[in-house]
Design a protein around this ligand. Sequence first.
Ligand code: BGC
Length: 789
Amino acid sequence: MKLKRLLGTLCIVGISSITMGQQKTVDQKVNDLLSRMTLKEKIGQMNQNSYFGLSDADIDKMPDLGLDENLRNIKVSEAQIAKMSRKDKIQYLKKQVLSGLDQSILQPIRKGEVGSLLNVVDPEMVNLIQKTAIKESRLGIPLLIARDVIHGYKTIFPIPLGQAASFNPEVVEVGAQVAAREARSVGIHWTFAPMMDISRDARWGRVAESLGEDPYLAAELGLAMVKGFQDGGNLKSNQSVAACVKHFVGYGAAEGGRDYNSTNIPPALMRNVYLAPFEKSIKGGAATLMTSFNDNDGIPASANKFLLKDVLRDEWGFKGVVVSDWASIAEMIPHGFAKDGEQAAELSANALLDIDMVSHTYHNHLEKLVDEGKVSMETIDAMVRNILRLKYDMGLFDNPYIDTKQKTPFYAPQHLEAAQKAAVESAILLKNEGVLPLNINTKIAVVGPLADAPHDQMGTWVFDGEKEHTVTPLKALQTTHKNIDYVYEAGLKYSRDTNTSQFDAVKQAVEKADVAVVFVGEEAILSGEAHSLSDINLIGKQSDLIREVKSVGKPVVVVIMAGRPLTIERDLAYSDAVLYNFHPGTMGGPAILDLLFGKENPSGKLPMTFVREVGQIPMYYNHNNTGRPAPEKVMTLADIELEAGQTSLGNTSFYLDSGRDPLFPFGFGLSYSTFEYSNLNLSAQTLTTNDILKVTVDLKNTSNYAGTEVAQLYVRDLFGSIVRPVRELKGFQRVTLQPGETKSVVFELPISELAFYGQDGTKKVESGEFKLWVGTNSNADLESSFQVK
Ligand code: BGC
């Protein structure tokens, strides 16, 4: 980086002069410091700036839209941008990297106007900035340096939705640990993850970053991610970054799956579904929380006093930091909730939103609001305390700098190994008509745009991972898996490609092989923030490619790498096997080959329902029953007689064209092994709220392959003061079994876990009848029942 050359080596200076006496508690230190701060300095802590410390190469590579966005960020007007050529824009930005650093970044830091900084990732720049805060600002308060490290920093793990498919908290925790280690080594203290928005709409691009549709799964895995980022609760460790649970709240319920859109979540659903994972991770120690962009029932999240104050602070006792989403305070103006920046600042501050991410609304207006008595000094102090407490808890006053001489742990062998394990456990086998696993002597035809797409394989939200380090399936065949015989013909260059001129060459390649493996899916840019789609079929000519390959007559294995559950029903007909991977990250290639050739056995399960048609959305397993549930077998369009009578189809709840059921239910995933569940046993038939129900089941591997099954426990509360979902996940366990082996699997279900917010708005277990199922997915049919008195 050019900057490195400019700055030379920084001298690392301690700040023991401002460190308080050892005997003082963090709260005393915070209060001490607070008592010495001016109002301006307090507001400074509440202001977060962003600075993309771009290298010359970054700027050269940037698409036009990116250049414009960066120019806007440094306040170049739209009129000026419109007049500039690409070359002008590049030159301008490069100049800014040199001079802008001082004007836009260091100057406000010297004045104590900034408390945290987003997007600086060059360790020398981090040290320079930190040194400016410590040596040149009046109180020398260190900065928090933040970055979106979502599923890896350099070593990229599967996207969060993929990690969720592992149903393995340990895999998720290790993934976050690796990310934290790599990120902290360049000076990042704070990441904006995990995202725990319940996601029931695959059109929404951000499902990629979510942990799926189920509040229980999202809560368990979200907490594991928090632990991983925060080094098991040791925020002071130099391998830890503060986690940020986001987006509070309801953002995943965006109307129509269009990003940033309004949500309309009523109170009980908000509590029972959308807030549940947040409550778990906040109580489990998440250091920070981010508000969301959406308005729910007309109230933007960044000013929702009820949720931010009454629920989060008063009810859950959260003492951590609340940060807005990117400019979400100022965005309350276009929402139509605040008439100007001043009112926006007043609303958010009084809702106890501590940090304004980049909109400068607090910076511009809070002082006046305090002078006028519209925001009290007590409110400001409470918020600044949260921020200072985090800085003390992270040890930043004692240990603010990065040792730039120490070797970074990027792509350490154990990190790559963990990423590969995560990719293996995240892959979901959706169909297998006797093709997989492939025999090691099988010659494969490698086809499709995702067979060698190192950038796209990493998925969305990758700022720092490098495609040069991605091992694609093709690269693995050339390096780690050289013993496999293959021919390669991509057929399409990228997922949206519509040029079919290479299809004949593909067919010739397939002729030469025993089996065709077709790698299709989505480019990374088609999912993630602001990347919603209204058509979620395989894009471009990929379905045609699968059909052409099938026409050759060889077995066809379809391997999908995508950022969302796609609608693939029409492709199943032309596929003998389907292995689904949510973008699997750096080590996806070797992981997939190990799975195809049986060195590994698939064990992933769907964290989201796969619909048949986009028009079925929202369709999720834990829905309420209607008064007219459809029977298992419903009429199809073809069954309907001409001039059929009004009631001849029965009056039940289903679609005439796509039926009642999804393509694959939540929790679904095959294995090369086959498993059998039997002997479901409950420790008691009648329980009280203080009891723990012990559920035991025998799980047998009835195949010749060793394999891992995710055993799942579902419950239904049959009658409630509000309608309860038809099933709710209440437990899952990964169980590894040798061929023929049987294990007794035990779930312990505290009856208190059956509590929900009912009609009177309080959370309690309602007595009555419950049904329970254990099995291989959310349609499990081994059932029992019990009563709560
Ligand atoms: C996203 C957040 C992210 C933030 C900072 C926003 O646009 O919604 O999830 O953490 O930007 O980059």
